[in-house]
Design a binder for this molecule. Structure first.
Ligand code: G3P
Length: 224
């Protein structure tokens, strides 16, 4: 399972790109607007930080298929590298996805809440579908179950589309998606920290440090 960071914040992207096995960045209009920056400066800077080989998913803000395609082409030309345009599921979005497939531009169909939406997005040629796990859980919709069902239906029909689960609020949701065979998750920077944190780990490390220091003081192995 690949990990992406879901943000437009440059400091968070820099940090997670340095310290975690990051496969790329996802943004959406809300996350971009939150940064209060010039759009192109922000997107280009994200690409500079992650380099050309990591995935960058940027959402179109257009509402017609033709304009979505035009916007996708412009973003791809401008940022280059491994790029996917995010398009919300809908009639215009599906039409745009089929047009973009012809042009060789990858689509992440977003705002997915049911396996039925995911299946039709995959049939239209989307490379990824993005179900919103926590937003489903918030309405007692069982986000993990939806991810599980999408993974199964893609396998059942041999579809060349991956599940990029989004909208997470805790480690349990991420772990259960991993067990369900989810291909990719996109999570906020604080969740990267939560994934690796455990009080027993802290206690173990403190014990190692105390015992070493009692015998060797401040010397490290490199000092011998
Ligand atoms: O791109 C979709 C994702 O960012 C939604 O997450 O936390 O707003 O539900 P959230």
């Amino acid at each position: 399972m690949k990990y992406l960071i879901d943000t437009g914040n440059l400091a968070e992207i820099k940090h997670c790109n340095e310290f975690y096995p990051l496969a790329g960045v996802t943004t959406n209009p809300t996350l971009v607007a939150k940064e209060k920056s010039d759009f192109w400066t922000l997107i280009k800077e994200i690409r500079n930080i992650i380099g050309p080989d990591k995935m960058l998913h940027v959402q179109t803000v257009q509402t017609t298929a033709e304009k979505m395609v035009e916007e996708a082409k412009l973003i791809k030309e401008t940022v280059g590298g491994e790029f996917y345009v995010k398009i919300p599921i809908g009639e215009e979005g599906l039409k745009a996805t089929m047009m973009l497939k012809e042009l060789g531009i990858g689509v992440t169909m977003t705002a997915i809440f049911t396996p039925a939406q995911a299946l039709i997005a995959a049939k239209a040629g989307a490379s990824f579908v993005a179900p919103y796990v926590n937003r489903l859980d918030n309405i007692i919709g069982d986000g993990v179950r939806v991810v599980e069902d999408i993974v199964q239906e893609f396998e059942l029909y041999g579809l060349d589309c991956q599940v990029l689960a989004a909208s997470f609020k805790n480690c349990e949701q991420i772990h259960k998606c991993a067990l369900a065979g989810c291909h990719t998750v996109t999570i906020a920077s604080d969740l990267f920290k939560s994934v690796i944190a455990h009080p027993m780990t802290d206690a173990a490390v403190a014990g190692f440090e105390k015992d070493w220091k009692a015998m060797y003081g401040d010397k490290k192995i490199l000092d011998f």
